[in-house]
Design a protein around this ligand. Structure first.
Ligand code: GLV
Ligand code: MN
Ligand code: MN
Ligand code: MN
Length: 399
């Protein structure tokens, strides 16, 4: 087996972000396209047959594509300034697991496919798991086509520039029927396995999560000539809204709420902004609690904005309810990996979207610091190889 670390080292220079640190590999960027090319090459070396489907998902087949196949994979795009493992670990481990199965002389009883999903992070077009959502019919293709990046390029145009026909986006029942079971291996993104815990866990569920855009509108003006008493400054309202998000979520057990992105318009040092957009990421196991949390934040934001002479609007950009993975498949994973702990995750994954349509499950590989979506995300080389071996065990048991 080629070690997972050696596979990841072969892409270590792709998409490095000199400014933020770590990697920025947004979907259809040069970096992500290079990684897709790398994957296709690696799949070819292993004798897998590669195709890209109408939603931009790459499939690499061991055996003839047919219904009920065993499918494993993850994504190659990243958040801005992300780590080396979120996404690529699952793809590299799948390739390494194919090596292991071939070394073991496994003769699959059904085909195996390794997949790469586009725009898992939603870091370019705003909606996470866009490829799997399109495949599963979990997003209106029109909405997907019209999503825009920060430069105003639509997802449809970006896809077209990369050889896809956006008219063909959408639920793909034929492709779904080919997935008998879907397994995604992923770096653990919290401290679920601790520093000294076991290397591998089996996933049980994904926390419900969503994204909302909060737009605060005020009066754009001159920083020098506008008296403090005369301002309607949306940045001042936005600052208080961010504090309110933290305070409201802290009172709600098990809730997580984050403002990780804020954009003042026009954004000049000597300019009082006319508008500030901020993006809220909110998560909780109970969908009704998340809805209530967001409503409470909205109400508080309206009060803050009014006090500052501004107005506010809140728009849902995406939502995924809490997902419990297929119990029968989860049991098969647990049986294949005796003693592996079972973990819930607070992070979203393509496996969570696919779970609505096909039996899906996940494996997590230990991340000693628990830090993720950061350049400091880490997996020890021996744990990465243990992850690939565990994935191979699981695939062998299911093939
Ligand atoms: C994806 O990594 C998410 O949970 O936002
Ligand atoms: Mn991620
Ligand atoms: Mn991921
Ligand atoms: Mn001037």
């Amino acid at each position: 087996m080629e070690s997972v670390t050696s596979l990841l080292e072969s892409i270590a220079d792709v998409g490095r972000d000199g400014q933020r640190g770590g990697y920025s590999r947004p979907v259809f960027s040069t970096a992500e396209l290079d990684l897709r090319g790398w994957f296709i090459e690696q799949a070819g070396r292993r004798g897998l047959d590669v195709e890209t489907d109408r939603n931009g998902i790459i499939w690499a087949w061991w055996g003839e594509p047919q219904r009920g196949a065993l499918v494993t994979g993850s994504h190659l795009d990243s958040v801005p300034g992300g780590g080396a493992f979120d996404g690529p670990l699952g793809v590299a481990s799948a390739l390494a697991a194919v090596d292991v199965l071939k070394e073991r002389g496994v003769q699959p009883n059904r085909p195996l496919a390794v997949t790469v999903f586009p725009e898992e992070e939603g870091s370019r077009f705003g909606v996470a798991c866009l490829g799997s959502r399109l495949l599963a019919g979990a997003i209106d293709p029109d909405k997907a086509r019209n999503l825009r990046d920060e430069h105003g390029t639509s997802f449809a145009d970006a896809a077209r520039a990369n050889g896809l026909d956006p008219a063909h986006f959408g639920r793909d029942d034929e492709a779904l029927a080919r997935i008998g079971d879907f397994i995604e291996l992923h770096v653990e993104q919290g401290r679920g396995l601790g520093e000294d815990g076991p290397a591998i866990a089996v996933g049980s569920s994904i926390l419900g999560h969503g994204r909302w855009r909060i737009s605060v509108a005020g009066q754009g003006n001159h920083a020098g000539t506008t008296l403090m008493a005369d301002r309607a400054d949306p940045m001042v309202a936005a600052a208080q809204i961010i504090l309110a998000v933290q305070q409201i979520a802290a009172k709600q057990p098990d809730a997580r709420a984050t403002v990780g992105r804020i954009q003042p318009v026009p954004g000049g040092t000597n300019v009082i902004a006319s508008r500030v957009d901020l993006w809220l990421d909110a998560r909780h196991p109970d969908d009704a609690v998340t809805a209530q949390l967001v409503e409470t934040i909205h109400g508080k934001a309206q009060k803050i904005a009014a006090f500052e002479g501004c107005s506010v609007s809140l728009t849902e950009e995406s939502y995924s309810g809490t997902v419990h993975f297929d119990p029968a498949l989860q049991r098969q994973l647990e049986n294949a990996l005796p003693g592996a702990p079972v973990l819930a995750t607070g992070a979203g994954h393509d496996a969570g979207v696919l779970a609505a349509r096909v039996p899906s499950g996940m494996l997590f590989v230990k991340n000693p610091s628990g830090i993720s979506h950061s350049p400091e995300e880490y997996v020890e080389p021996w744990d990465a190889d243990a992850g690939a071996a565990a994935l191979a065990d699981v695939l062998e048991a299911l093939l």
